[in-house]
Ligand binder design. Structure first.
Ligand code: AMP
Ligand code: ZN
Length: 467
């Protein structure tokens, strides 16, 4: 495997620190709202990374934190007039449902920041011991960036611009305005009852501190991979490095990977710009998690991806092509035991593995998938495939799908075997729903029922089964 490391700004061969075991940390959601599909671009990219590592024979320990205390969650809870936990809990639950909708494999640990304040305070203590932390007049604790010679190495900051003693209190800020950042924020009235005791006074942790403390607790002081969207690189990840390496004197992370943004009309999709779709918005419009996953992974993760409804239409058509081929192969295999797949299937398997192992080149991987579809359709049309060989080709599909997660996902055996007139009605009904033509969708449901089939609308999209 080779990955582009944001730290060295180059593609590097990757070997886990512990042979056969990859430890990775992925910055999780700030649970003050439903995650938007921009966020899910990051989580699906991380899911592909995790699946590639597994496909290469390594065990994965992945930690994804839940940021359930920070500037944004506190503001949200105050605006809603409810305690912090009551405010964040529904968004945590929604997040896990959304991950399932998108067929994202579960991480091994999902630590919540509010459950790890003692670990964070211990980290602050270590930073005091090393002379890297200080208490300001208001009782907050800051990290002294001037005292850590390597501060800025991830974001390539211009240290000449460092203003000694300048401080930033908020969690998010621009590179130009960098200075000492808050590790521990002294209580103020806006925090209400969100407060913990500390040796430095009552307050709450800064966002950056949360991730360093939780990452080291579950993955050790040095681990393999750390990921996030590109907006996390500065200040969040820079500060995570400073806190961890400042405290331990050891390298924190071997390889940093960042995905580029999902955009809408050329702008970053974000809650603050208001130009976002949640996953739920799209599901309500009739798109399945499978189709949305396909759109989100269909681009190189380091290139910005422009979100459009045309891309969803194209995903639907591409998946229908894959489905048609898989169904025809299934029919041809007729339950036979898999035998050696033809050379073109082996070539697709090899091309796919090479593409994904080379810094997660999903577009090239999908090209290998569609080469497989093309060859299989041709061989089937010419009657060249024996049942065992067809089963062997299906096994290659499954191998590719172990990484892509879109071929088998969201399809039931029954759907694979829909009679053509039922399939046509089901497709028309899904299209009617996508166009918000509810009357048309109801009429088509009636027509399906008349043929003895039931259409149900689920999170993964429409499901059709025999009554
Ligand atoms: P947040 O909930 O804001 O902390 O973000 C959660 C994750 O989503 C982080 O890894 C962000 O970098 C990532 N993210 C936020 N907006 C986008 C976007 N438009 N495209 C891709 N990733 C994003
Ligand atoms: Zn983080």
């Amino acid at each position: 495997m080779r990955f582009y490391n944001s730290l060295t700004r180059s593609k590097e061969d990757f070997e886990p620190l512990e042979p056969g075991h990859v430890r990775m940390y992925t910055c999780g959601p700030t649970v003050y709202n439903f995650a938007h599909i921009g966020n899910f671009r990051a989580y699906t990219f991380e899911d592909v990374l995790r699946r590639v590592v597994s496909a290469n024979g390594c065990r994965v320990t992945q930690v994804m934190n839940l940021t359930d205390v920070d500037d944004k969650t506190i503001r949200g809870a105050a605006a809603a007039g409810v305690p912090l936990k009551a405010f964040t809990a529904p968004f945590v639950a929604a997040f896990f449902e959304d991950l399932k909708t998108l067929n994202v494999q579960a991480a091994e640990v999902y630590p919540a920041a509010t459950d790890h304040v003692p670990e964070m305070l211990e980290l602050v203590r270590r930073l005091f011991d090393r002379g890297l932390a200080y208490r300001s007049e208001d009782g907050s604790v800051y990290f002294s960036v001037a005292k850590l010679a390597e501060y800025g190495k991830l974001a390539h900051l211009d240290r000449a611009g460092l203003r000694a003693g300048a401080r930033v209190a908020q969690d998010e800020y621009e590179k130009e305005g960098y200075g000492d950042f808050a590790l521990w924020k002294a209580w103020d009235a806006a925090d209400g009852d969100v407060v913990w005791e500390s040796p430095w006074g009552r307050g709450r942790p800064g966002w950056h501190l949360e991730c360093s403390a939780m990452a080291m607790k579950y993955l050790g002081e040095t681990f393999d991979l750390h990921t996030g969207g590109i907006d996390n690189l500065f200040p969040h990840h820079e500060n995570e490095i400073a806190q961890a390496e400042g405290a331990t004197g050891k390298p924190f992370v071997k390889v940093w990977l960042h995905c580029a943004h999902l955009r809408v009309n050329g702008e970053k999709m974000s809650k603050s710009l208001g130009n976002f779709y949640t996953l739920r918005d799209l599901v309500a419009k009739g798109w399945s998690g499978r189709e949305i996953r396909y759109v989100l992974i269909n681009g190189h993760y380091r290139q910005p991806l422009n979100f459009t409804f045309d891309a969803l239409d194209a995903a639907r058509a591409s998946l229908a092509r894959v489905d048609g081929c898989v169904d025809a192969l299934t029919a041809c295999a007729g339950g036979a035991a898999p035998e050696a797949a033809p050379a073109w299937a082996e070539a697709a398997r090899r091309d796919f593995a090479e593409a994904l192992g080379d810094d997660l080149n999903v577009p090239e991987g999908l090209a290998a998938l569609f080469a497989l579809v093309r060859e299989a359709n041709g061989a089937l049309a010419r009657g060249e495939l024996a049942p065992g060989a067809a089963a062997g080709v299906l096994r290659v599909f499954d191998e590719l799908d172990a990484v892509l997660g879109v071929v088998r996902f969201g399809r039931t055996a029954a759907e694979g075997a829909l009679p053509p007139e039922v399939a046509a009605l089901a497709e028309a009904r899904a299209a009617a729903r996508a166009a918000r033509d509810w009357a048309g969708a109801d009429r088509l449901r009636g027509e399906l029922a008349a043929l003895g089939w039931e259409a149900r609308d689920t999170k993964e999209g429409q499901k059709v089964r025999k009554l």
